[in-house]
Design a protein around this ligand. Sequence first.
Ligand code: C2O
Ligand code: CU
Length: 465
Amino acid sequence: MRLSRRAVMMGGAAFLGAPALAGFATRRALAADASLDAGRLSHEIVAGKPTADMMSFAADGPPPVLRMTQHQPYTIDVTNRLDEVTTVHWHGLRIANEMDGVPYLTQAPIEGGETCRYRYTAPDAGTFWYHPHCNTLEQMARGMTGVLIVEEAEDPGFDRDIPLNIRDFRLGENGTFLSLYTPRNAARGGTTGTVATVDWRREPVHDLPAGSLVRLRLAVTDTARIATYDIDGGEADGAEARLIALDANPLAGALPSKGFVLAPGQRADVALRVPDREGAVVTLSRRRFGEAAPLARFRAVGASAGRDLAELQPLPPNPVAEPDLDKAEVLDFLFGWTPGGDGPLPSICGTLGYTFWSINRKPWRGDVPDPAAPLAEMRLGRSYILRMKNETPNSHPIHLHGHTFKLLRSNQRKLPPWWTDTVLMQPQEVLEVALVADNPGDWAFHCHVIEHQKTGFSGYLRVNA
Ligand code: C2O
Ligand code: CU
């Protein structure tokens, strides 16, 4: 939806009384560590058929990879050159609420022509990503999704580090955008794209030193696609790949790099030992109708460096507080249908025009200056169990801002004791996760299939100081 200047101004004016107005750079004494320019561009995804009306955080190509260091302050200037409002959310980072980038909940939308300075210190290392939280479906579907890396304070010892921004675009044969979603799919599993890309390229090939140790950082920044991924090939020539972290949190023991599921918002770090023989290839693929569709290839070049995965330092765990399960209070969340009759309210941050879903029978009203009450309130420093019940026949990647939670149990499967910010909830599943509410503020809580988020599957949790 395009918004009139007047609507934006009105939204902004209504917001001015709120306390959390922060981040706008009126006077910038120091240069930022990074700048993002939100704007439209034309770009060739399908060979010879440039796609007009793409959106990015860079003037001339895909959103840049942001790289910062754990525990070190970082500033980013976001300039809005779009003809609509936006904000930027730093997915998975446990930073101060006013830097979280959710319109109205944590900041005023950034208007066209404005620059907003974000400043924060990442407490956790790992692979994260960033995206708008305003007119989210359209802006993300057109390209505004980027990888964000927080380096460990101590170097784990890789020779190379390769971010992989994995997503589809919904393009027709001639390279133009198809409708970004359909209501029919929005009410079901979500509308998936037609062209698979990694870093906006189709089946890119990375040449890597033979026998070297490479960190692959997979980030699924798609708006809808849940899929199974495999990394294989080159084994006869000494290739080896191990999953070492999921959603920025190191795994206690490395896992095989075949057959792992990633949903929108999720990330996987893979330690890859490149084959010894020049020309040998390792392939990242995604299963589709029982067949492996290649996404990217890694080809060995030169003489073997002869390295061994055992030479890597294990990734240090992130400093996430362990919830006290004996004292934890249980909070219930029902992910389900929407009570009849409620149409969407006008939102200056983009509405899809439908409401299909709800949390605790309350469909999100849209990003408006006066958001609904929180779904739950928590006390700072206390432990909580979030008991999430999915009464739908679809899978939903559920994301909580500003916190990392631990997987506890499910009524359907044995859950590994992993830490995450985005968990894939299976159809009809009852899933329990636990956290310490140690970050004060209002934190968005939603499905990361963006059509679901934008048609009711969203809300927020309040952590009271
Ligand atoms: Cu990755 Cu509320 O988002
Ligand atoms: Cu969903």
